[in-house]
Design a binder for this molecule. Structure first.
Ligand code: 5RP
Length: 262
């Protein structure tokens, strides 16, 4: 990336940079998945290496686990620590109540387990993911491979009568083969266009046999750090209703910007 971030990458970077202010020495952290969360992992790696920050991370995907190892963030399993102080993760969409769509990267299951097992979840995002009503981004639903076509038909049927605008689902592909999650499952992307009642939809989807979990995160996120391409960040805390804005400086000759594989 050689010292020249696009405005979008800069927005993601400054969001991650501000979000690590929530991290304290000794914390057990959920490490999210995706390009924004990857910045957070790299920044934490630098803090571990250069400032001696003492943290333990629980990655939400094999990709994040690989990156954490690469940059020197110590990792463990959720079964080892059982509960976390904080999770920082990205999102595909967020609404004014901080309800989220996640799973664009296919890691929604581990992401939801880890975020739910955390005292606090902080979302890192660029401003483009902000919506009034969720649903323009196709909603990922993780299903077991056995009988997935029946599961798909049942999901489409279960949408009848719900407050959504589209009702079709498609199997996510990786090249020509079905995409396989870290848990060995498939992803159905639901093209709903508008989700009028995310809480109801989430409950309906999780009743369908074959569905493991859906990508709606309702009442899980506590705060969001929204990055902009000019270095501005906005921090919204949904619990205490505060909104703070500040500008984050980006020094692009930093070690963080070299050897970026993501
Ligand atoms: C992965 C996710 C990601 O958090 C989401 O897709 C956002 O990714 P990015 O930061 O690359 O836009 O849910 O399953």
């Amino acid at each position: 990336m050689g010292g020249h971030l696009s405005p979008m990458e800069k927005a993601k970077f400054v969001a991650a940079k501000r979000a690590v202010d929530y991290v304290e020495d000794g914390m057990r952290l959920g490490l999210g998945t995706g390009s924004t969360a990857a910045w957070m992992v790299r920044i934490l790696g630098e803090m571990v290496r250069e400032e001696g920050l003492n943290i333990t991370g629980v990655p939400t995907s094999s990709r994040t686990a690989d990156l954490a190892r690469e940059v020197g963030v110590p990792i463990t399993t959720l079964d080892e620590v059982k509960w976390l102080d904080l999770t920082i993760d990205g999102a595909d969409e967020f609404d004014p109540d901080l309800n989220l769509i996640k799973g664009g990267g296919g890691a929604l299951l581990q992401e939801k387990i880890v975020a739910t097992a955390s005292d606090m979840m902080v979302v890192v995002s660029d401003a483009s993911k902000q919506v009034e009503t969720l649903g323009a981004f196709p909603l990922p639903v993780e299903v077991i491979p056995f009988g997935w076509q029946t599961t798909k038909a049942l999901i489409e049927e279960s949408l009848t009568g719900l407050d959504v605008m589209g009702r079709s689902a498609s199997l996510r592909l990786n090249h020509d083969a079905p995409f396989v999650t870290d848990e060995g499952n498939h992803i159905l992307d639901l093209h709903l266009r508008r989700i009028g009642n995310p809480r109801q939809l989430s409950m309906v989807l999780n009743q369908v046999p074959g569905v493991v979990e859906n990508g709606l995160f309702i009442d899980i996120a506590d705060a969001i750090v929204i990055g902009h391409g000019d270095g501005l960040v906005e921090v919204r805390d949904i619990n205490n209703g505060t909104v703070e804005r500040e500008r984050i400086g980006v020094v692009e000759d930093d070690n963080l910007f070299t050897d970026i594989a993501d």
